[in-house]
Design a protein around this ligand. Structure first.
Ligand SMILES: [Zn+2]
Length: 197
């Protein structure tokens, strides 16, 4: 996917991915998606070991120290490449961000999706229980409850992505966003309580 590149330094077309085959200078990464940055296929299941190995390789390739004596242009290209690699890594490593990225690639307009009524009701109930929970034990219980739902949702999400049921995957993604946010609220409250003790 990264072939037919034109070198920005010498204008030769080059077959190499990261460095020009003619002048040997660094070339901006031209990737179609975050998956493409790591040459992974667009799947929800990502081999984390492979991802880490590839990250290490790429980071070495574009390490700022390697470019310190080179032109500003090359330094800037390598910095941009590094930033893209780090961003892509963060997205691919984080299940919720990875799901979001995949759904966007499948053409869903995630930000315009509405939260279903049942989820709104459920979250209202949860917020109420969190508000009235003042002791660590009951807050932890709530956290366990949400974590349990979250785990089940991730299992479903994986299954839907494997079966290429993207509409269903989207519904679960919206639920998961909710659980994640609520978990943070619970953890914040736990921290507050522990701080005051
Ligand atoms: Zn070149």
């Amino acid at each position: 996917m990264m072939n037919n590149l034109v070198c920005p330094h010498c204008s030769h077309s080059t077959i190499h991915e990261h460095f020009c085959s003619n002048c040997n200078k660094v070339i901006p990464i031209k990737a179609l998606s975050y998956f493409d940055v790591f040459q992974l296929s667009e799947n929800y299941n990502v081999d984390m070991k492979q991802l880490d190995t590839k990250l290490f390789e790429l980071q070495r390739c574009f390490h700022p120290d390697k470019f310190i004596n080179l032109s500003i242009r090359e330094q800037s290209i390598s910095l941009n490449n590094s930033a893209l690699i780090n961003q892509a890594y963060k997205v691919l490593k984080t299940p919720l961000l990875r799901a979001e990225c995949l759904l966007k690639l499948k053409g869903f307009d995630i930000d315009k999706e509405e939260v279903p009524q049942h989820l709104l009701l459920e979250s209202m109930e949860w917020r109420e229980s969190l508000e009235v929970s003042e002791d660590e034990r009951s807050i932890r219980q709530l956290l366990e409850e949400v974590s349990y739902k979250e785990n089940n949702a991730y299992k479903l999400l994986t299954e839907y992505f494997i079966k290429e049921l993207y509409n269903q995957a989207l519904s679960i993604y919206i639920e998961l966003k909710f659980y994640t946010r609520f978990k943070l609220e619970i953890i914040n409250k736990l921290d507050l309580i522990n701080d005051t003790i």
